[in-house]
Write a protein that binds this ligand. Structure first.
Ligand SMILES: [Zn+2]
Ligand SMILES: [Zn+2]
Length: 257
């Protein structure tokens, strides 16, 4: 993979991400009032991610449909070129499709959304992007309600709440860009495979980059991005602002290929 100029990548997407972060905040505020359930620590097996274990979630068809619609409207204000695709997409979202999207978004099933896009002649990246962004307020609310015990969880190289692979570290905390969960770094070891050898797990600094580093592991060939001295707390935004580090890591043979 070629290294993409980070300023080119982030400017466009940063604006869109900021816009969607605001939309998601509003959506989450509504859900916070509607969903009154607690996530009880004692009902959760600490070795497995929380979300698939919940007997009841805030994810209903009407709530997700509303979130999809708000996401589509927000993206529309951002890109007029996509308006046609967006309108077509919106018309296709009946109850049955909304339920299917919810299930496939939870599974992070890229194939399903790609096929959907092809079938309906919508830009390939678009249905999954919308489905995922619309899901985030729900994931964020569950993460917030689980915050009191995420430190006790032990899910290996994944987010204890939504199961997203670990990607981001700030101070002594891991942050999940998908559900905004926060949990403590318990020991000095590779976040993915648990390797402790310092010759295999080490920090890599990037030229002219003061606020982020890579922590790579030669045992499992994976990595985590480390942010240093930044005030930004939104993990989705931090993930985006360090997107160039993903390119660098992948260029060096770390992470998914
Ligand atoms: Zn997560
Ligand atoms: Zn490792």
């Amino acid at each position: 993979m070629k290294i993409v100029d980070p300023s080119v990548v982030s400017k466009e997407y940063t604006e869109l991400q900021q816009l969607l972060t605001d939309v998601q905040k509003r959506q989450k505020a509504i859900l916070t009032k509607e969903w009154r359930s607690e996530v009880k620590a004692e009902s959760i097996d600490k070795e497995f991610p929380i979300i698939p274990q919940l007997e009841e979630t805030p994810m209903t068809i009407p709530a997700y449909a509303f979130s999809l619609e708000s996401t589509i409207e927000a993206v529309k204000t951002y890109s007029a070129e996509l308006a046609d695709d967006l309108d077509r997409c919106k018309k296709l979202l009946g109850d049955e499709t909304v339920l299917r999207w919810l299930k496939e978004a939870l599974r992070y099933n890229t194939n399903y959304f790609q096929t959907f896009a092809e079938e309906h002649r919508i830009s390939a990246w678009f249905p999954h992007y919308i489905a995922e962004q619309a899901l985030r307020p729900f994931l964020q609310l569950i993460a917030e309600r689980s915050q009191s015990f995420t430190d006790e969880m032990n899910v290996g190289g994944a987010c204890p709440c939504c199961a997203e692979p670990v990607r981001l570290k700030k101070g002594d905390m891991f942050l999940c860009p998908r559900c905004e969960a926060l949990w403590k770094v318990k020991r000095k070891a590779c976040a993915h495979c648990g390797e402790v050898e310092s010759s295999a797990v080490y920090r890599v600094t990037v030229q002219e980059e003061k606020h982020s580093e890579l922590e790579v592991c030669d045992s499992c060939k994976n990595y985590v991005k480390v942010v240093i001295d930044v005030t930004e707390n939104n993990a989705a935004m931090l993930d985006l602002l360090t997107l160039h580090l993903d390119y660098i890591a992948q260029e060096e043979g770390y992470g998914e290929v």
